[in-house]
Design a protein around this ligand. Structure first.
Ligand code: SAH
Ligand code: SF4
Length: 412
């Protein structure tokens, strides 16, 4: 697999907007089946001599072992013959992405640094993946690229010079790995009478693609990976519970709606093109008006299926009350939620996080305009090294005033 999936315009002369992903993925000699889609599994079975007429059934069996039971060895796949298990083990593994470090917060948030094959400038390819448990759901934040081809001025990932696209399997692998670490697999089949009452709730119930990378610049792998994640006979995280965040790759937004069908989040961060050009340089190519048109036309949009606009709070830059009023005017008519994100500083960053009082005032205008978001406390603060203001100030918040503050420290 190579980076051929990159849109042609992403490697054009406008390199100030976009870097070219130089690092190619070198597949291991003995590939892992983890993350494989059904078609690839069928090909794998062909290579070990499974006759065509049996392949569909075998694929379904292996699918169940991989994505419902989380089998970690071929020997565990007891519905397969011994011969087939042996043949598979000769040519394939069930290896997961390697965990370089695991951190567990006092509130249950977990953060994994994942090491993938390959290296950049002598450093290994690494991405972060975070699990955020809440009362009614458990959200896994996953990455789409090592680094990012874009250069948003407030984002640490954007400063990484070299980039590699994750494969579809590596995208799925993050979900598999989280289910492993959380013991979130289904141990037994549901009762044969069809009752599912005994089945416990899954810990990883939602996925957000808000980690490292721009998912729409790795379109095919993200699409193929998310199809595996959403498959109802497997990992079974429905598309309504998967959110894809983009910095605004306009030509791919409609395609994402049609071919992936996940919920859409858009990193807006500014209400005027001049400032957005600076914060999200891709705006020079796809300005705000075009971006909002693409959001308005996002397939399947409704009051029950809203776009989330992400807005990072940068002190003195985009956080005035006039900005807040302009924001609600700008998105009028689009079924939307607004996600205010406290800026998370990093060494060398040139911005500061807005004062908490200012975030409150800003959020009140957004709230009064009818954009209430589910109230959530920032999570995993002890391990995520979020911005200093957030830690002290969030404790002062009343429930009504709090807007959704997703743990955004994937970029730290
Ligand atoms: N590339 C995609 C998704 C990954 S970034 C995108 O840009 O949407 C996920 C979110 O984190 C985006 O909204 C991004 O703007 C935000 N973000 C990046 N750096 C941040 C920082 N230092 N502090 C707070 N949010 C940040
Ligand atoms: Fe890339 Fe998103 Fe960071 Fe921009 S904010 S550099 S698009 S990861």
């Amino acid at each position: 697999m190579t980076n051929a999936a990159l849109p042609a315009e992403a490697v054009g002369p406008a390199s100030f907007l976009e870097k070219r992903p130089l690092q190619l993925y070198a597949p291991p000699e003995k590939p892992s089946l983890v993350g494989f889609a059904r078609a690839k599994l069928a090909e794998a079975l062909a290579t070990v001599g499974v006759p065509e007429r049996q392949r569909r059934m075998r694929v379904q069996q292996i699918w169940h072992w991989l994505y419902v039971r989380g089998a970690q060895s071929f020997d565990a796949m007891t519905s397969l013959s011994k011969e087939l298990r042996g043949a598979l083990a000769q040519h394939f593994t069930l290896a997961r992405p390697e965990i370089a470090t695991e951190q567990v917060s006092v509130d249950g948030t977990r953060k994994w640094l994942i090491r993938l094959p390959g290296e950049i400038d002598g450093r290994p390819h690494e991405v972060e993946c975070v699990y955020i448990p809440e009362a009614d759901r458990g959200t896994l934040c996953i990455s789409s690229q090592v680094g990012c081809t874009l250069n948003c001025s407030f984002c640490h990932t954007g400063t990484q010079r070299l980039v590699r696209n994750l494969t579809a399997e590596e995208i799925v692998g993050q979900v598999v790995l989280a289910r492993d670490r959380l013991a979130d697999w289904i141990a037994t089949d549901p009762p044969s009478n069809g009752e599912v009452g005994g089945e416990r709730k899954r810990l990883v119930s939602n996925v957000v693609m808000m980690g490292m990378g721009e998912p729409l610049y790795n379109f095919e792998a993200v699409r193929d990976g998310l199809h595996v994640v959403a498959d109802g006979d497997g990992l079974s995280i429905s598309k309504r519970r998967i959110t894809l965040s983009t910095s605004g790759v306009v030509p791919y937004i409609a395609r994402a709606g049609e071919e992936i069908g996940a919920m859409l989040a858009v990193s807006l961060h500014a209400v005027g093109d001049e400032l957005r050009n600076e914060l999200v340089p891709l705006n020079r190519k796809y300005p705000i008006a075009e971006l909002l048109d693409a959001c308005r036309n996002y397939p399947g949009l409704s009051n029950a299926r809203r776009v989330t606009f992400e807005y990072v709070m940068l002190k003195g830059i985009n956080d005035s009350l006039a900005d807040a009023r302009a924001l609600v005017r700008l998105i009028k008519g689009i079924p939307a939620k607004i996600n205010l994100i406290p800026f998370n500083p990093w060494p060398g960053s040139k911005y500061e996080c807005s004062d908490w009082e200012q975030i409150e005032r800003f959020s009140e205008i957004v709230f009064d305009a009818g954009y209430a978001s589910p109230v959530r406390t920032p999570r995993g603060r002890d391990i995520l090294a979020a911005c200093g203001q957030l830690k002290s100030a969030s404790e002062k918040l009343s429930a009504r005033e709090r807007l959704t503050l997703r743990a955004m420290a994937m970029t730290d």
